[in-house]
Design a protein around this ligand. Structure first.
Ligand code: FPP
Length: 314
């Protein structure tokens, strides 16, 4: 657990510092994932072409990454280009986004190194144009030794296809193992038990994000209340923060505000949460008494069961 204030907080702007001071440095999330949305609307509002919205969006990316690195955020994942963007947007927009990505990488690797940011990617990146893949690989290699924030760009990414890819990888490895042991897949699963070979642990291990913690906080800009096929498996218990701000207007300050909001939430992970105290627990009716009460209630004829209170007007 990171208990101390990171050494680069003095590099935050005065506005950012005033929000940062309200944060509990011990409870900075380990992983923030952002659905960057609203580039087109940002441009439309200014009577500009959509591509200028994307260009401005790329500027926001760098501002947010640098603030993340100053507060020592370990993992930042940005939804930069979805599988659906690739399939459903006009070819001209897709090729502009590809060019923008290459320019962004070549133009910012030095800044990534100055900020100790390591770059990685998730998605079916092997389907992207070769020259884009080459630039991506170069940027990843150039920043591989950095030990601060890991910036992951989701590119040609779709969560359903990620789950499909993980399932395929698991099946392929099971088939190979059966082959090696000289038995059928059916026999292998029968001997070992399908429950132990196909479970959450194995499926998680095959996701592109296997090496990362699940996001604690997902931010979506532009007010849309959707997840858009982003990290569906990984965000099962993430907190979600939606802002009306369009991505090109989003800055590090807004990242810190989202984290402040996150820190006011109580995370329960399906349990009762920290505000449920030991004293509350002591005051609970013993489980066997509750079980008995439920059983008698269920076995009593329906006419004798306690009736729900009817509203006065009913
Ligand atoms: C949504 O805007 C955003 C995207 C299509 C992807 C995000 C892309 C960027 C931020 C720019 C480039 C990124 C990098 C890393 C260089 P939209 O076009 O869907 O907006 P709209 O819903 O208002 O039309």
């Amino acid at each position: 657990m990171r208990a101390t204030t990171p050494s680069r907080v003095h590099e935050l702007s005065p506005e950012e510092q005033s929000v940062y001071r309200q944060l509990d440095p011990v409870r900075i999330p380990a992983h923030v994932a952002i659905i960057m949305d609203g580039n087109g609307r940002w441009a439309g509002k200014r009577m500009l072409k959509r591509f200028l919205g994307h260009q401005q969006g790329a500027e926001s990316v760098q501002f947010v990454v640098e603030t993340a690195s100053r507060i020592d955020l370990p993992w930042l994942t940005l939804y930069a280009f979805s599988l659906e963007n690739n399939l459903r947007r006009p070819k001209s927009e897709v090729s502009f986004l590809m060019k923008l990505l290459r320019n962004y990488l070549t133009g910012n690797v030095q800044r990534m190194n100055d900020n100790n940011v390591r770059m990685t990617y998730i998605g079916r990146t092997h389907e992207l144009p070769t020259e884009v893949q080459e630039t991506m690989q170069w940027a990843a290699e150039e920043t591989a030794k950095n030990t601060g924030t890991t910036l992951t760009l989701a590119l040609n990414y779709g969560s359903r296809s990620e789950i499909v890819d993980s399932t395929r990888a698991l099946l392929t490895s099971l088939i190979a193992e059966a082959h090696q042991r000289g038995c059928s897949l059916e026999d292998l699963l029968q001997v070992d038990g399908i429950e132990s070979r196909v479970d959450e642990h194995h499926l998680t291990g095959g996701l592109y994000t296997a090496h990362m913690p699940d996001p604690d906080l997902v931010i979506r800009t532009s007010g849309e209340q959707r997840i858009s096929n982003f990290l569906l498996w990984q965000i099962a218990y993430s907190e979600i923060f939606i802002t009306d701000r369009l991505w090109p207007d989003f800055r590090g300050l807004h990242l810190l505000e989202a984290i402040a909001n996150y820190q006011h939430r109580e995370r329960r992970f399906g349990g009762l949460g920290e505000s449920f105290t030991d004293e509350d627990l002591d005051n609970l009716e013993p489980a066997d008494e509750v079980a008995h009460e439920i059983e008698t209630e269920l076995t009593r004829p329906s006419s004798a069961r306690s009736k729900p209170v009817q509203p006065a007007s009913a």
